[in-house]
Each structure stands twice: as C-alpha cells, then as structure tokens.
Unconditional design. Structure first.
Length: 224
C-alpha cells in the first residue's frame, strides 16, 4: 500500500514535516499541496520551495482544488488549476468535495480534461464516499472514504462495481485513529480494496496538519 498525504501545514511553520515527506518518497502515492483551500491569490515562496523539494525527491505533488460538490463554475475551477501549475508546477490535482451522484459526472469529466490539458498527469477525485461507477472512467484515483475512525469502523462494504478496478484506484483517508490502531486502519483499507490510504490520530477542523505517524521514523536523526 502507498500513502496519499494531505499536508495541510505551512512549510514555514513546520519545515520538518515537509522534509520528512521528501525522505519518504518510496512510500508515497503523493502529497496534496493546499495553500489556502486552493492555490491562493498569489504565489507563496515557501510552498514553491516545498513543492520543488518534493518533486526533486520523486514525490508526486497534487494541487488542492475545491470542487464544492459541483457548485463552483468550470471557469473558476480552471483558474485554480492554472495557478497551481504556473506557481507550483504541480504534477496533478486533487478535487476535494467532488460530487458523487451520476448527475455530476459530466461536470467532473470536463474538469479532469481541463486538468490534463494544463499538464496535470494525475487526477484525484474526493467525494469521500463511493460515487457512481462512471467516475472511475476518468479519475486516476477515487477517495471513497474520508472521515473519522468511528465512522470508518461502521462503513459499508465497497459496492460491486469496484471489483472491476484494481485497489490502486481507491483511497481511504481516516482521521481520529487511536495511536495503537494506526496499523489496523491501514490493514482495514487493504481488506476493503483501497490500495492507497492515510491514517492519522489528528482531530478537529484540520486533522491533516502533521506527518502520518508511520513516516515520522524517516525523520529520525534530523537536526533540530
């Protein structure tokens, strides 16, 4: 299994976290770069440098884009895509709050085409649940669960259509995991046919503000 890490901490505030990610390149599917719920309104030099370091280490960098469940217009979302590419040279994009119903497929397919036309080689959709099967026809990775550990334990089995795709096409993001159960969270993702995951103990409005504990040993020996 590999890790998709939403790294929602500013590089100037926690440079050690970003350095640990660069050293953990072989374990990572990618790192999500989120400047301000998107690329922001102007380039941030700290994020530019962090993205450059990750890419040099062989880490796929994904620009965060809020799809707002299909409510944001194509023009506005494409502006975010362009800024991510021009300012941070991202390798692809993660569309957060993607719609999950069949009615949203056409809009998301158009966004995915725009992303690829701008040079994004990887398109990740995050509806946070299993969406209609048609989304798998154009997304490289579908995040089919995002939520806390309690909800994850009670989550239903994957729908039958997922069996037509390899586990590497699906991802689970789980927060609020008791520290002693982080390994179990990863194994559970595998049993549920999600070949990509991330499990963290964090809570609150931003549980993704620290490096996943499994990657912390990679930073051992770093100068303070």
């Amino acid at each position: 299994m590999t890790l998709l890490v939403p790294m929602y901490a500013h590089p100037a505030v926690d440079p050690g976290a970003w350095a640990a990610l660069a050293r953990s390149a072989p374990q990572l599917y990618g790192v999500v770069l989120n400047v301000a719920d998107g690329p922001g309104t102007r380039p941030d030099p700290a994020f530019t440098a962090a993205a450059r370091t990750l890419r040099a280490a062989g880490v796929r960098v994904l620009g965060y884009v809020d799809a707002d469940y299909g409510r944001r217009t194509f023009r506005v979302v494409r502006r975010d895509l362009r800024r991510h590419r021009e300012w941070y040279a991202v390798d692809g994009f993660l569309f957060d709050q993607a719609p999950a119903d069949a009615a949203g497929i056409r809009h998301c397919r158009r966004l995915a085409r725009a992303a690829r036309a701008l040079g994004g080689r990887t398109v990740v959709l995050n509806p946070g649940v299993h969406p209609a099967a048609g989304y798998a026809s154009f997304a490289d990775l579908l995040i089919t669960f995002e939520g806390d550990w309690t909800a994850y334990c009670a989550a239903p089995a994957p729908p039958a259509w997922t069996a037509a795709h390899p586990p590497e096409r699906f991802c689970h993001l789980v927060y609020g995991v008791p520290p002693g159960l982080l390994g179990l969270a990863g194994r559970t993702a595998g049993l549920r046919r999600a070949g990509v995951h991330c499990a963290v103990p964090g809570h609150g409005p931003n549980p993704w503000s620290a490096v996943p504990p499994g990657l912390v040993p990679a930073a051992a020996g770093e100068e303070a």
